[in-house]
Design a protein around this ligand. Structure first.
Ligand code: CTP
Length: 410
């Protein structure tokens, strides 16, 4: 993919080097367009060496190739990092008084902007209005985040980390590719981990943050689906545009999923507590009442996924399995066994360990159907989720085609 990296004149300009390197290493053809003031923060040789392409901020260089429009016309993606308040204002007003301005105006590629400025500037009404204008026109704004700023101060305005900007920018392009594949469909996804109370202040729970389920909800929404997220004790934000049903226990999760069981796609990404405590104390249990070697009697919870899969249905039911099995072949075999046992159509299999698979970390997953592995996806949770949604959309499309071709002629 051809990526234009625009750099404007803020101290975070040096961080653009990391983004350029990441994009080049991922195999993209990167063209850097700095503003004149960006070149006071970072040298042209650095940008040329990293991008492996010539770099200029001059509209009047290489006029014969009509560079001021060619760069923009040929771009598949434009990322501006950092974007200063001044550059944001120029973009919002369509100014084209330098090569970055002409490149962006001459382009139809997705535009991703990573602002960086002091908190006071970021909060100014003028900046807010300019950012809102750009968003309204379809630009994606990544960050800023709160943290240390250039001087002694810290607060909102620090540029998002270069890796996060790159990931978000690539996600925008991938999102555009899958957009519409679930248009008109409904999808319900469970996320997080259920908690089983012991007493009013204690519970048995697990380490699931809900990041994967939330990423699936966002990817499905981007693909055009109407999405419900049944969230059990989420540690992550609910994506915008997604209906949220908040639950805590396995029984509540089961009830919420049953209420949405008719969705076109049902995804069980939540880590469900397999057991609940038999006798939940009304008051907080003390050491005195518990003694030195307390025993909790547990009862197995119903298998929600199996229940959803085994009811009469024509929808697609997807389960997840997080396994600690380290042998690859054994891992896949375990996944296939689980898929068959639960009666789901697809199973998303991933390996977890004490440091693997939880929270916002990179993940490798395999999607299995009864025949074995049908898709494999690795990377940050957002891209893995998009890959899973791609597979789901393909399966739904294949079913629709099969159903149509086997219909009796009237
Ligand atoms: N699941 C469920 N209800 C349960 C337990 C699990 O719906 N009571 C779902 C999970 O949401 C997931 C899939 O089943 O989609 C597999 O979860 P996992 O914990 O791996 O399944 P278990 O049956 O608990 O398997 P194990 O005995 O290996 O823990």
């Amino acid at each position: 993919m051809r990526v234009v990296v625009g750099i404007s004149g803020g101290i975070a300009a040096y961080k653009a080097a990391l983004a350029i390197r990441e994009l080049v290493q991922a195999g993209h053809d990167v063209h850097v367009v700095p503003t004149a003031s960006a070149l006071r923060f970072i040298g042209r040789p650095t940008l040329e060496a990293l991008s492996r392409n010539p770099v200029t901020d001059e509209v009047f260089d290489d006029v014969a190739s009509v560079r001021h429009v060619a760069l923009g016309q040929q771009a598949d993606l434009i990322v501006v990092l950092p974007a200063t308040a001044n550059t944001i204002a120029k973009l919002a007003h369509g100014l084209a008084d330098d090569l970055l301005g002409t490149t962006i105006l001459a382009s139809r590629a997705p535009l991703v902007i990573a602002p960086a400025m002091h908190t006071e500037m970021w909060e100014q009404a003028a900046v807010r209005t300019n950012v809102a204008t750009l968003v309204e026109r379809g630009a994606t704004i990544v960050g800023p985040v709160a943290g240390q700023l250039t001087g002694a101060d810290s607060g909102m305005g620090r540029m998002a980390e270069p890796h996060d900007v790159v990931a978000a920018a690539l996600a925008v392009v991938e999102g555009a590719r899958t957009a519409g594949s679930l248009a008109g469909r409904t999808l319900v996804v469970s996320a997080g981990g259920t908690r089983e109370p012991i007493d009013p202040v204690r519970f048995i729970g697990n380490r699931s943050s809900g990041a994967m389920g939330a990423a699936i909800a966002a990817a499905a929404r981007d693909a055009g689906a109407t999405v419900t997220l049944v969230g059990a004790n989420l540690d992550v934000a609910v994506p915008t545009g997604v209906e949220h049903v908040q639950v805590e226990t396995t029984a509540q999760l089961a009830e919420a999923m049953a209420a949405h069981a008719g969705a076109d796609v049902v995804v069980m990404a939540a880590a469900v507590a397999d057991y609940r405590v038999d006798e939940v104390a009304d008051g907080k249990r003390s050491k005195e009442s518990w003694g030195e070697h307390p025993t909790l009697t547990l009862t197995q919870n119903p298998d929600i996924l199996a229940g959803l899969a085994k009811r009469p249905r024509s929808n697609l039911v997807v389960g997840f399995a997080a396994e600690t099995e380290t042998d690859d072949a054994a891992l896949v075999e375990r996944g296939r066994g689980k898929l068959a046992r639960k009666g789901a159509d697809l199973l998303v299999l991933n390996r977890v360990g004490h440091d693997e698979g939880f929270g916002d970390v990179g993940t490798l997953v395999r999607v299995l159907d009864a025949s074995g592995i049908i898709a494999e996806q690795s990377g940050p949770k957002a891209s893995v989720a998009r890959g899973i949604i791609d597979t789901v959309a393909q399966q739904l499309a294949a079913r629709t085609t099969t159903a149509a071709s086997t219909e009796e002629p009237r």
